[in-house]
Ligand binder design. Structure first.
Ligand code: FA5
Length: 393
């Protein structure tokens, strides 16, 4: 650390040493050799000050105190020693003053260069980049596990010619239920109770506004897709769905599904089972076995539930000598509902049920992700706890 001379600037002419403010006569100087020693004394004082550590402001103060035009020591000597000097001393005072001036100027200039190069050096140390230091690493974000599972499933279906479509989360009862062969008061609606939107009355206040609800499944997109597109149809529909289910380890009131729909003139039950088995083996690996069980959905006929052999116990029902906690000893885990599209549905989209056939499936993504990644509580997907999210970089 440089000690600035500013604190000691008055050293240039301290009160105890104010000889340049007095005349030579006052100082009792009458001989040329006295003049020499007086100048030597002044020069020694300057040398003492200039050799101290200096920063740039300190150097400037020092320069002013010695060479300043108003009250610099040099000017005081000219005023008080030279001008009134007796004629026999004038010559030696003049010569010594010139020498002192030259010494001050040269020494101050040298010190200026020193001070500047020291400042440059200090700045270069301060600003130096040490390439051997470890870099600053910033964590980059990653996709949520649900998004990743969507992506994995989409990639599998892309590979066999399906494309992705998306649809509205706010639906009419017609698309969510009626066009899927679920008329009002059908008992299936009890399992799919949902949230209805409170709508403002229509402007004429006579007709009731069309009710709107949060879709309970991605199946309405079967209807919307077939309304827009003639066969062949091969789509998957990822998205968020809602139900008035009480939250627990496997239920959430908002969750995710992927719908699948394939309709063409010659699609058989074998195409259906082959497609599903291909998907499951790609997703869980080749050792997983699959099976169908009869089920019921109003919009598929026949309908099935699709099971996989439990990937945690290898389909044995036991793990480390105990009952497998994931499949509860059943050796199978239920994956999703599916079936051949019910001909009644084609009537809602102007397809000729005699000419076309197809299959549909609806996969619950959250439970699929839980199964694949060994997660035992669905709620964790929605809590945004980074400790959980960082486990899936
Ligand atoms: C349906 O939603 C049908 N639309 C599926 C379908 C599509 C059948 C096409 C035939 C043809 P289901 O109600 O079983 O089916 O729900 C499908 C999946 O959503 C379930 O297997 C389950 O994985 C998931 N699921 C249902 N309710 C919840 C919930 N509250 N929380 C989390 N996942 C749920």
């Amino acid at each position: 650390m440089l000690r600035s001379i500013s604190a000691t600037s008055t050293d240039a002419m301290s009160s105890s040493d104010n000889k340049p403010e007095r005349t030579l006569a006052d100082l009792g100087v009458t001989q040329p050799d006295q003049v020499l020693s007086l100048f030597a004394e002044v020069r020694a004082r300057f040398d003492g000050q200039v050799s101290r550590p200096l920063d740039h402001p300190g150097w400037e103060i020092l320069r002013q105190s010695w060479l300043g035009r108003k009250s610099g020591v040099l000017m005081l000597i000219a005023e008080h020693w030279l001008k009134p000097a007796a004629p026999d001393l004038k010559r030696s005072v003049g010569q010594e003053l010139n020498k002192l001036k030259a010494h001050l100027e040269t020494t101050l200039e040298e010190r200026r260069l020193d001070v500047e190069s020291l400042a440059d050096h200090a700045a270069s140390i301060r600003d130096r980049v040490d390439l051997s230091l470890p870099g600053v690493t910033r964590r980059s974000g990653s996709h949520h596990l649900i998004r990743r599972v969507f992506q994995e499933i989409e990639d599998i279906f892309f590979s066999i010619g399906f494309s992705v479509v998306e649809g509205p989360e706010i639906e009419t009862p017609y698309y969510n239920f009626e066009a899927l062969n679920i008329p009002e008061f059908h008992p299936v609606r009890d399992d799919m109770d949902t949230f209805y939107l409170e709508l403002p009355p229509s402007p004429d206040k006579k007709t009731a506004p069309t009710p709107l609800l949060l879709r309970t499944h991605t199946s309405p997109m079967q209807i919307r897709t077939m309304e827009k597109q003639k066969p062949p149809v091969r789509v998957i529909v990822p998205g968020k769905v809602y139900r008035r289910d009480n939250p627990d380890a496997t239920h959430s009131f908002a969750f995710h599904q992927i719908e699948g729909l394939a309709v063409d003139t010659d699609i058989t039950f074998c195409d259906f089972t082959g497609t599903i088995e291909y998907f499951v083996q790609q997703f869980f690996g080749p050792s997983v076995k699959t099976r169908f069980r009869p089920s019921y959905f109003p919009f598929t006929e026949p309908s099935v539930e699709f099971d996989v052999s439990c990937p945690f116990c290898g389909g044995t029902g036991a793990s480390n000598g105990n009952t497998c906690s994931k499949c509860k000893g059943a050796a199978w885990i239920e994956l999703f509902g599916a079936g051949m599209v019910d001909p009644a549905v084609y009537g809602f989209v102007n397809y000729d049920a005699k000419k076309v056939s197809g299959f549909a499936f609806g996969i619950g993504i959250d439970r699929l992700a839980m199964l694949k990644y060994g997660i035992d509580d669905i709620q964790i997907f929605f809590q945004n706890d980074v400790r959980f999210l960082r486990q899936f970089p």
